[in-house]
Design a protein around this ligand. Structure first.
Ligand SMILES: Nc1ncnc2c1ncn2[C@@H]1O[C@H](COP(=O)(O)OP(=O)(O)OP(=O)(O)O)[C@@H](O)[C@H]1O
Length: 243
């Protein structure tokens, strides 16, 4: 469904993404993990056309998407959330979700219907008239997800949606992602530091380190990989269970 082939991104002398290749199968939940600075967000920015790649190719359903503009990529059915939550701060929750829904729908009524379904799914309806920037982090993360869902993607890229959430909120988010994947047939690719969520959700994991692919495989394969264990034990992933 989606492939990244030999992608390279340089920032001056630094190679942020160094010949990375992977494929995402339709219907899966693909995880991308790795220490800070591994190149994960840069990879998402390359995929969504926010940054131009230096080498390589990105395909979605056999169409080359590298080189396309962000709105063209979104129109093909790819959505994303941002690690640094980016709602329009001065707008209400409902207006924010509508902003995502409007380009995909012919009428305002249709867009509003979809926006309301998404707010219901994410339990944002009680906050629909609140101004986005006044929300606590957990609700801001949900709003970020709601805005991405409003574009009705087939393939959704999630950049650390669990970050800053309380354990109860992490559990809720896991359930929402599982529902989107199983009930709405959405293929998901998630960058995530919260390892319990990665373990609970992902059928395949890519491990990046200093821009390079360190390992790729199932949760079992990756967590048994000696190089991954070494990288993690020396790193910041204190909550990872590698038993
Ligand atoms: N616009 C930029 N200009 C220069 N260097 C950049 C730029 N964006 C990212 N980098 C560098 O590229 C490397 C990869 O950064 P990136 O944000 O992709 O890592 P990450 O794996 O997403 O990290 P984190 O887990 O902290 O979000 C880092 O060394 C970072 O400093």
């Amino acid at each position: 469904m989606f492939s990244v082939k030999n992608v390279v991104k340089r920032f001056g002398g630094l190679i942020a993404v160094d010949h990375v290749s992977f494929e995402i199968q339709k219907g899966g939940i693909f995880g991308i993990i790795g220490p800070n600075g591994a190149g994960k967000t840069t990879l998402f920015n390359l995929i969504m056309g926010n940054l131009a790649l230096d080498e390589g190719e990105i395909r979605f359903h056999d169409q080359i998407i590298s080189g396309k503009k962000t709105h063209e990529i979104a129109a093909l059915g790819i959505g994303r959330t941002f690690q640094m939550v980016k709602p329009f701060g001065g707008l209400t929750v409902e207006q924010n979700v509508l902003m995502g829904a409007l380009p995909k729908h012919n009428t305002f009524q249709e867009a509003r219907k979809v926006a309301r379904q998404i707010m219901d799914l994410l339990e944002l309806t009680p906050y629909q008239d609140e101004i986005a920037q006044t929300l606590p982090v957990g609700l801001k993360k949900k709003l970020e997800l709601a805005r991405a869902l409003a574009t009705q993607p087939q393939l959704l890229f999630l950049d650390e949606v669990m970050g800053g959430l309380h354990p109860r909120e992490v559990q809720d988010m896991i359930e929402v992602i599982r529902y989107l994947n199983r009930e709405q047939n959405m293929t998901i690719c998630m960058i995530e530091h919260v390892m319990s969520a990665v373990m609970a959700l992902c059928d395949r994991i890519l491990v990046l380190q200093q821009g390079r692919k360190l390992a790729e495989g199932t949760v079992e394969e990756v967590t048994r990989n000696p190089e991954v264990i070494q990288a993690y034990l020396g790193g910041e992933f204190k909550d990872v269970t590698l038993a």
